[in-house]
Design a protein around this ligand. Sequence first.
Ligand code: SAH
Length: 349
Amino acid sequence: MYEGREIIKDYSIQEVVELIKNMNQPSYRADQLLEWVYGKKVLYLEEMSNLPVSLREELKEKILINTLEVKEKRVSPRDGTEKYLLRALDGELLECAVMKQEYGNTVCVSSQVGCGLACVFCASAKGGLVRNLSPGEMLDQVILAEKHLDGSGKIKNIVVMGMGEPLLNLSGLVRFLKTANHPRGLGLGFRNMSVSTAGIPPKMEEFAREEMPVTLAVSLHAPDNETRSQIMPVNKKHPVEEVLEACRNYIEKVGRRATFEYMLVDGFNDSKQKARELAGLLKGMLCHVNLIPANPTGEKNIKRPDKKRIKNFMEVLENHNISVSIRKERGEDIEGACGQLRRRSEVGS
Ligand code: SAH
């Protein structure tokens, strides 16, 4: 609620329909409003030229259209990845990134300002959790990214892999994904969406019950509890076995293969032995492993292995018939790569 007004993009599509109905307007006005908001993606009521001025005035008292302001945009000269520093209505800062790919542009959305999980390798966790982002604030990351995209391309895919732990903002996340998918919302396929979690089994179960065919990506980073707990404190509460059990349940319920993200840290979790353990753990599971060579975030022990070690690790998995790929490094030169998005108190800091 801002000055008595609500964020229209926090409403479900059905709630927008009801809002218009309760204003004693014909139902096609809801269609028009939704088309402006999600189809044409305009940010001001003044631009909604087929709505009568009186209705626009009335709506102005009740709702806000846009929640985020672009403070800064950086484009990687290397690979075209774009990073946006955004400011919310309460002044909080957040980031999102856009990766350009042949099969369509992907936006990496943040789900929280900061993060409470304190993974040692991740810059987003540095200041702790500030607050959840609302569904409208997540939708606006996609909308603003598309509006500002160089070359006027469209956003095709959403990955919720920016700042924050999406499953600890579950109701906001689900609402966001549903509007992103809705034909009168952004109209993107669930199959073009991924949600990345550090692995919180009860929340994974709850998410599975939504039965949206969204890819669940789980940040595993180690096959055993001892290693994983050293870098991900959440593992002490939710150990590997429980996370995998929740994954199996998700795959079965939703019918999508899961992704395991495995960040390779030089001399820590990148030995052939660890690769064999990982292969054993994932045997028979409908899954894919995405290897992420660690990106620098200032943590001195987190270094990326050389190419040879990465290749060796990958080969062990392949020899065990595990589907595996190496995540392309994107946007590292603009601090827009995995683990490098963070809340900044000032532009340029
Ligand atoms: N909280 C969620 C989503 C955010 S991060 C999660 O934990 O999955 C998206 C991915 O980037 C995660 O797999 C995360 O572990 C990884 N990541 C974080 N810091 C990184 C770094 N310095 N280098 C490479 N990947 C990193």
